[in-house]
Write a protein that binds this ligand. Structure first.
Ligand SMILES: Cc1cc2nc3c(=O)[nH]c(=O)nc-3n(C[C@H](O)[C@H](O)[C@H](O)COP(=O)(O)OP(=O)(O)OC[C@H]3O[C@@H](n4cnc5c(N)ncnc54)[C@H](O)[C@@H]3O)c2cc1C
Length: 334
């Protein structure tokens, strides 16, 4: 998904730079999207790296695992070129401005259509969860029919729209109430950040990813590639949605416990259905990945044999340590 969005944003940026006419609307919208995109993607990558560290256990901390290198490259990215927590506020501030316009009944119309749905906030917030079984939730009757995934993804987009409208209303109301207590804008913004505006900007960006990737994938003509890409997008959509499931209960979208259960079941079912494609996907997306070329990622799966081989071929592994003579004769005080 990151690759699709990166290509998409790059194309838009080139269009903007090559255009004779400056499009203020496009520039503003692009700024809002990218200000959330960098934090959301680097935070997602951080979660992914931490998961790799966990599953690799002790081996993760060996230089030959390749994870050390990934950690070194990724860690500063949460801060440089705009600290994530500061940067994402640009997006939430823009969304709050749009909300004021939406409350005044103005139409929200921007070239990338990332927030145009805010014009229909009233109708969106009236929606309620009405699905009665898991099969209807995913809309997937056959894992080999991409039309079903398309329906599921449209539903996921609708969930994100409701969530964005709900969080925008919540953040706006919180800001109004904070302003009554505090004159400092800095304090108001800080107090609104963690549970309101940060979640809002994140959800807005995730909606953009699912909506845009769906449009791009719908143009893919190769049937089997399309099916796998739709599965991946569905997984990306529901897996991220799960982190915000509580808002659907807080906001009265549903009081049915199945909503949360269905999301989790869908994640597991999609993971199972993608297992057979995992290796080909990795080969297609990142063949020169440093993790795959490491001892742990090698395709033969013989981790211990490869570790032994690296150790035995590394100069000094079996040598006596140089400071051995310095401690000769020392008696332990324990
Ligand atoms: C490897 C590296 C390379 C860099 N290269 C460059 C470069 O080439 N050019 C350049 O100009 N700069 C560069 N920087 C600087 C970088 O852009 C800044 O470090 C970054 O913008 C963060 O600013 P800061 O360090 O002042 O942190 P601050 O803005 O002071 O933030 C400190 C902490 O407080 C949090 N915080 C601050 N304000 C808020 C708020 N309102 N709400 C919630 N949390 C908040 C932040 O999340 C962060 O955790 C580089 C930094 C690094 C680490």
């Amino acid at each position: 998904m990151g690759h699709i969005i990166h290509t998409e944003l790059e194309t838009i940026q080139k269009r903007l730079l090559n255009s004779d006419q400056t499009s203020v609307q496009l520039g503003t919208e692009l700024h809002a999207v990218t200000s959330a995109g960098k934090p959301v993607y680097t935070w997602l990558a951080r979660g992914c790296i931490r998961k790799c560290l966990e599953v690799s256990a002790d081996n993760a901390y060996l230089t030959v695992s390749g994870l050390e290198e990934i950690l070194l490259i990724s860690d500063p990215a949460y801060t440089y070129e705009g600290d994530n927590n500061v940067l994402i506020q640009q997006t939430s501030k823009w969304l709050l401005k749009l909300w004021t316009s939406a409350l005044q009944g103005k139409t929200i119309q921007f070239p990338l259509s990332t927030a145009n749905f805010l014009s229909e906030t009233d109708e969106i917030l009236k929606q309620r969860f009405s699905v009665t079984c898991f099969a209807n939730f995913t809309a997937i009757r056959s894992v080999h029919c991409y039309a079903h995934y398309t329906t599921f993804i449209s539903d996921i987009v609708a969930y994100y729209r409701w969530l964005t409208c709900y969080l925008l209303k919540l953040t706006y109301d919180k800001q109004v109430s904070l302003r009554k207590q505090e004159s400092s804008t800095f304090f108001v913004n800080n107090s609104n950040q963690v549970y309101f505006s940060k979640s809002l900007a994140t959800v807005y960006f995730l909606h953009y990813v699912v909506q845009t990737a769906n449009e791009v994938i719908s143009c893919v003509t190769d049937y089997s590639s399309k099916e796998v890409l739709l599965k991946l997008l569905s997984l990306f959509g529901v897996w991220n949605l799960r982190k915000y499931a509580h808002y659907f209960y807080q906001g009265n979208y549903t009081n049915d416990p199945n909503f949360g259960h269905y999301i989790e079941e869908a994640i597991l079912a999609l993971c199972r259905s993608l297992t057979d494609d995992a290796i080909s996907l990795i080969d297609a997306i990142l063949p020169d990945d440093c993790l795959l070329n490491s001892v742990l990622g090698h395709s033969d799966g013989k981790v211990h044999e490869r570790l032994e081989s690296v150790l035995s071929q590394t100069y000094g592994t079996y040598a006596k340590f140089q400071w051995k003579d310095d401690i000769h004769g020392c008696v332990s005080k324990l």
